[in-house]
Write a protein that binds this ligand. Sequence first.
Ligand SMILES: [Zn+2]
Length: 285
Amino acid sequence: MPEGDTIFRTARSLNQALGGRLVTGFETALAGLARVNDDAPLVGRMVERVESRGKWCLMHFSRGQSGAEPLILVTHMLMSGSWHLYRSGERWRMPRRAMRCVVRTEAYEAVAFHVPIAEFHTARSLARSSQVPKLGPDVLAEEFTPQTGVARLESYAREHPEAEVGVVLLNQRVLAGLGNVYKSEVAFAAQVNPWRTVETLTRTETERLVEFALRYMRANVVDGKGDGIVTYTGHRRTTRSMDSEDRVWVYRRSGQECRRCGATIQMRKQGTQARSTYWCPECQR
Ligand SMILES: [Zn+2]
């Protein structure tokens, strides 16, 4: 599952390449998108901007030539989906049958492969949509501050005192952007046991959780040049080492020694979605 930082990077590269450009072509294998495009064609519209909201990618288009309402192309990557960006004429690195839609400008082709969810929305239908969740503050948004994050976690903890830290960190309605890797890494760095309930968190611990969430997410958002392929290869980094074997503190390291204290890293499934949670029983008592 791509994490919020991956989708953020993807959206930013798409925005750099397509933002402010005229759509010269649109193609889709999805009937739902094709129908909207027949009624209110994408060609001739401007790509106004591309943004991420948690794990969703939103591509905003200006009004159509006939004055049709602005449209938003909403995609969710889930397990297998991805957006690739190619120079016009460049060879795709995925088979054509995996293509779900293509947005062309004069210089670029943005291709969505295998995206399981792709829909056109107007601003109104998006606001009404129950599928696209109302997300908590996005950790990677420019306006996000540690204070915003702490306030959001604390207000959620007042409403749901029994919720476990590891579940809350993944809840996109609380904070948007953290995925399953960072959930464990952030809890480790903050020295908070992910099985504790949020009501037991001190202010300092809450601040540390937010601080590390912000630091790790930002560290993994490397400046893309808006060129070439946009995928989620490339290793996530939370320890300082660049060595791929050595790049995370606890994630997928159950049974191995803690890099800080030498105790054995544990793993257990957590929450109703049974997501794997990794922690050090010594560092995170
Ligand atoms: Zn440890």
